[in-house]
Design a protein around this ligand. Structure first.
Ligand SMILES: NC(=O)c1ccc[n+]([C@@H]2O[C@H](COP(=O)([O-])OP(=O)(O)OC[C@H]3O[C@@H](n4cnc5c(N)ncnc54)[C@H](OP(=O)(O)O)[C@@H]3O)[C@@H](O)[C@H]2O)c1
Length: 248
């Protein structure tokens, strides 16, 4: 990890910490001296990440949380804040990206994706507002580099992420003392594509290449996490930023 021990004393909640970028962020925050509350649905994986932080000398605790449940979101924020004595930084990493064309997406999928990628963020932030308001440290949400130039087969996902970016703007307008960072994430090697049907993924990839959409080198999760934590530690930086590999 290249992050300096500058999160010393900060209390960090990472939602979506069982894998990928969220897991790397939790480990990075722990290594940088933060007390870390980790959450996601796969509790065994979240426990494992928390244990890794503790073994390295940090403080961490795991919770199971399905962000599509309002009850889970409220309980997580209350429990994590009680354990840490407050919340300074909230990293909302939960997200899901089905590979499906808009023409084939049923209403149930739209509802599930909106619940995971958008409404969950609103619920967790709402619960944490009393802790976060006035703090110099931010709420971070992650959108996608493809906003504005949607990738075919990822239209449902991209639409929910564009709404998440607008939620971040709405929070800034309603909560002027809240720092809300919206990070458009470039391609990162994680498990986000694990559930994609290989045949559909093959056809989608062909079209993405033909359309010239693969613009950035793929980053590793720890590289992405380091860059996001650097943005967290820079209060004078922009509220909306793109973090991606070099252009290819
Ligand atoms: N990788 C990329 O190229 C890329 C590009 C742009 C944006 N992003 C965004 O980066 C974020 C992290 O994704 P990743 O790439 O690291 O993929 P990932 O490894 O699949 O991580 C997704 C995380 O979201 C959590 N999650 C999903 N549904 C949830 C639910 N209902 N309740 C609670 N947590 C839930 C997962 O945990 P559980 O399954 O255990 O609940 C997991 O921890 C996502 O928001 C993704 O959209 C990634």
């Amino acid at each position: 990890m290249t992050i300096p021990a500058s999160l010393e004393g900060r209390r960090v909640l990472v939602v979506g910490a069982s894998s990928g970028i969220g897991r790397a962020l939790a480990l990075g925050a722990g290594a940088a001296g933060a007390r870390v509350a980790l959450a996601a649905r796969r509790l065994a994986l979240v426990e494992e990440a928390a244990e890794e932080i503790r073994v390295a000398g940090g403080e961490a605790r795991a919770w199971g949380c399905d962000v599509t449940s309002e009850v889970d979101c409220a309980r997580l924020v209350a429990d994590a804040a009680a354990w840490m004595g407050g919340i300074d930084v909230l990293l909302y990493m939960s997200g899901s990206s089905p590979l499906v064309r808009v023409a084939d997406a049923p209403a149930s999928l739209w509802h599930e994706m909106l619940a995971t990628n958008l409404v969950g963020a609103a619920l967790v932030v709402r619960g944490a507002l009393d802790y976060l308001r006035g703090a110099a440290d931010p709420v971070v949400v992650v959108t996608t580099h493809s906003m504005g130039a949607p990738w075919p087969w990822l239209g449902v996902y991209g639409t929910t992420k564009a709404a998440l970016a607008e939620l971040a703007r709405a929070l800034r307008s309603e909560e002027p003392h809240l720092r809300v960072l919206s990070v458009a994430v470039g391609n990162t090697a994680s498990s986000f594509a694990d559930n994609w049907d290989p045949d559909v993924a093959g056809r989608a990839l062909e079209q993405w290449v033909a359309d010239g959409l693969l613009r950035y080198e793929v980053l590793q999760c720890n590289e992405m996490a380091d860059a996001i934590l650097a943005a967290v530690l820079d209060p004078s930086g922009p509220d909306e930023l793109l973090i991606a590999g070099a252009e290819v």
